[in-house]
Design a protein around this ligand. Sequence first.
Ligand code: ZN
Ligand code: ZN
Length: 417
Amino acid sequence: MSTATTVTERTHAQKLDLLAAVAVRVGLGLQPGQELVMTASLDAVPLARRITEQAYRAGAKLVTTLYADDEATLLRYHHAPDASFDYAPQWYYDGLAAAYKSNAARLAITGGNPALLSNEDPDKVSRADRSLSRAYHPALELITRHAINWTIVASATPAWAALMFPNDAPDAAIARLWDAIFATTRINADDPVAAWKQHDATLQQRAAFLNTKRYAALHYRSPGTDFRLGLADDHLWLGGGTTAGNGNYFIPNMPTEEVFTTPHKDRADGIVTATKPLSHQGTMIEGIQVRFEAGRIVEARATRGQEVLEKLISTDDGARRLGEVALVPHSSPIAASGLLFYNTLFDENAASHIALGQAYTSCVRDGEKLTPEQLAAKGANDSLIHVDWMIGSGQLDIDGITATGAAEPLMRQGEWA
Ligand code: ZN
Ligand code: ZN
């Protein structure tokens, strides 16, 4: 029962405003006088403008939005000279890094077409991807190190909605996608800010529990998966919000349902089968099954997008190793929606997952103060890529393995044990 405004009384415009307000105040934790750099697709202009308004109301010094255009991206693939695909504008990413170094906050609106590049030459896609990763690395490193407060939110877009709801008319599809975004980001709660605070506390508690356990490894079992994953020395579980290096408290993803930490890059053994397709930089990879030996992928198969997968894990040595392990109960609101979003922000929060590539320094105790060599010695992986893929389901059992080798039930049938 509630006495506040109920869900049905809110218009779409009001929900959009609430999403913008929650993104700025709870997700980003934007401080008065702080600069904001936002990225968005042209389809996300309505949400970007509301976020801009909320940011200025919160005291932003300046909001700069960098828009991307899916159609223009396709024009590059169709008409640019071949050499274009080995190039990325370093000046642009250096500009982002300079903004972060001068304490600008960062907000990304996700929601472009997840299958935009599915029909393009995989060689061009992976070359462009690699060039971009290289150019972006210094700026991205400030994000993964949590040097500044940042967050990601989603805007429904026509192409994304059409992929998720292929049998619906365009208007109906986009309305359904907005409903899903509002539901999973707790905008339908009577008081979304209070709902987020409570949810944040729950995630913090789960992370704290795992930090007292100090498991040496996790053992996963489900159909197609029998896999043992060592955790990094001095690993730290995180969940919900965290304090950035600039002192601002922020929640990096909206939605977020995961608790996550850094696995040991040399300690993964066994077979893992993905439970959801992976949309990676506009291409789809389905039916992923890989075998790990001493932390390294030694065999990788996919029923669709095998070539993209192989190129992806060949990016560098760290691309074959794991940089993140995350636990998400199968009853998370996103999993409960039964929807496949083809968007990592949502799908990674619907299922337990692991990520190939770069580890989060903040998931190692005092990680921000360690040199790359010291981090590597503790088992934290280093790579140009960070790609999450989903391995959780209602059939997944996970044991925590203690330092002495004892197994304790951690998750059973996809739920916390
Ligand atoms: Zn994750
Ligand atoms: Zn991740």
